[in-house]
Design a protein around this ligand. Structure first.
Ligand code: NDP
Ligand code: 2IT
Length: 449
């Protein structure tokens, strides 16, 4: 165990997701620390694992029946050495300090990989938008922003979406910010196209993940054409991962939500995807309803008594986890390999447990860690910030071209850093090393602040 992990564990006992994320980065950057003793000596390691600021607040709101609810709101401002804090907001009942600190920590390194000037942050609430009316969601978002607005700003901290926070929530949050601050600035990303949003932002995480996968395959002179793909989740990232995979000629056979997963061996084509988008984004229904419409497909209910997820136990070539953290464990990883999967590109944040990652690395399959492969979302958020600052909107082709370029560049950065440290093809080490060096060098340049 690294010394720094011991410090984090004793300071923040019980924050298991945060410990997992710190451990993952610190283990892989050991060769960098050995080669550059100034990093250990300067105390930069203890600084990088401690949020610069943690804001926790009460969010009181009233439901449609007049009942009062108190949720907890958070914003973790993790590191601002290379730019304003930047990262999403998650609304989900599981949200706690540990989960948001792991996400904020990952975000610092992910944002550094994009090459754009963005520090790392994350926030959210244990509020559950599921089953709430639009008015309840609006009142919650307004109450949340009533406190958050004093801590953010276009040059300070720029939140965006994540699980449970999409276009609807960003709209309500922005409206309240605009009113409270009495200014119209690019304080949130993922905004509507008519009021400062960027083209391609909704698509960016999923598209970027597929661009990254395609780059990985090209190192083996392969393409996504004809590849059978497993995708988990059915939200923003999953939907646009499927869209781009279909466009590139792959066959996607699964989708899921927290209740279960569907399998469609005939492939989820553009028409079926349009139904999923309507089902999830408009009707806000469950993925189970897919089988009522497409009767050749099957639905499997989630079963928490199993120690593996049957979604990952299907014959396929590629896997794209796009739901949530720790959704692929060691057993799932072995099942994926046994079923012929040779590429895993993470759309979600930290979907693979440490055991699963070790199995992927040991078998030398193409494995892309989320901080590299899902960086397209925040990258286009960075482009949205740039467009807002200029008060200009770039066309779709321009933003998509920049996204492709950024993903290609991240892919190369990972490979080059891995190669430099004698770990060819290890994207996990490459992503951590390249981003860590960039952030700690900026911290050292700027002194002890
Ligand atoms: P959405 O809320 O749009 O979709 C989340 C999907 O994952 C839903 O299908 C949801 O099912 C499922 N899910 C959520 N929690 C769980 C759980 N505990 N167990 C099983 N399934 C679950 O979120 P996004 O698509 O935006 O986010 C998905 C992942 O991608 C997250 O890890 C997020 O951090 C990451 N990410 C998102 C980016 C973005 O730009 N949005 C950028 C980079 C990464 P249900 O409806 O039942 O809750
Ligand atoms: O995890 C992530 O990168 C996001 N949820 C997107 C963050 C952003 O600021 O666009």
């Amino acid at each position: 165990m690294t010394d720094i992990l011991k410090i984090v564990q004793s300071r923040d006992p019980g924050e298991k997701e945060f410990h997992q994320a710190v451990h993952e980065v610190m283990e892989t950057v050991k060769p960098v620390l050995d080669r550059n003793p100034q990093y250990r000596e300067s105390g930069v390691l203890v600084r990088i694992v401690e949020p610069e600021r943690t804001i926790i607040f009460q969010v009181p709101w009233m439901d449609d029946q007049g009942q009062i609810h108190i949720n907890r709101g958070f914003r973790i401002q993790m590191n601002s050495a290379i730019g304003p804090y930047k990262g999403g907001l998650r609304f989900h009942p599981s949200v706690n300090l540990s989960i948001l600190k792991f996400l904020a920590f990952e975000q610092v390194f992910k944002n550094a990989l994009t090459t754009l000037a963005m520090g790392g942050g994350k926030g959210g609430s244990d509020f559950d938008p599921k089953g709430k009316s639009d008015n309840e969601v609006m009142r919650f978002c307004q109450a949340f922003m009533l406190e958050l607005f004093r801590h953010i700003g276009p040059n300070t901290d720029v939140p965006a979406g994540d699980i449970g926070v999409g276009a609807r929530e960003i709209g309500y949050l922005f409206g309240m910010y605009r009113k409270l601050a009495n200014e119209f600035t690019g304080v949130l990303s993922g905004k509507g196209l008519g009021w400062g949003g960027s083209l391609i932002r909704p698509e960016a995480t999923g598209y970027g993940c597929v661009y990254f996968a395609s780059e990985m395959l090209s190192t083996q002179n392969k393409t996504l054409e004809g590849k059978i793909c497993l995708v988990s989740g059915a939200g923003n990232v999953a939907q646009y991962t499927v869209e781009k995979l279909v466009e590139m000629g792959a066959k996607v056979i699964s989708l899921s939500d927290s209740s279960g997963f569907i399998c469609d061996e005939e492939g989820i084509d553009g028409k079926k995807l349009a139904f999923v988008k309507w089902l999830k984004n408009v009707r806000r229904g469950r993925i189970k309803d897919y089988v009522d419409k497409y009767s050749q497909s099957t639905y499997t209910e989630a079963d928490s008594s199993l120690d593996y997820n049957p979604l990952w136990n299907r014959k396929a070539d590629c896997a794209f986890p796009c739901a949530t953290q720790n959704e692929i464990n060691g057993k799932d990883a072995l099942n994926l390999l046994r079923n012929n999967v040779g590429l895993v590109a993470e759309g979600s944040n930290m979907p693979s447990t440490p055991e699963a990652i070790d199995i992927f690395l040991d078998k030398k399959i193409l494995y892309a860690p989320g901080k590299a492969s899902n960086a397209g979302g925040v990258a286009v958020s960075g482009l949205e910030m740039a467009q807002n600052s200029m008060r200009l909107n770039w066309p779709r082709e321009e933003v998509d071209g920049r996204l492709r370029f950024i993903m290609k560049n991240i892919h190369k950065t990972c490979l080059d850093a891995a190669e430099e440290y004698g770990l060819p093809g290890n994207y996990q080490a490459g992503a951590n090393i390249a981003s860590f060096v960039k952030v700690v060098n900026a911290m050292l340049d700027q002194g002890l602040v």
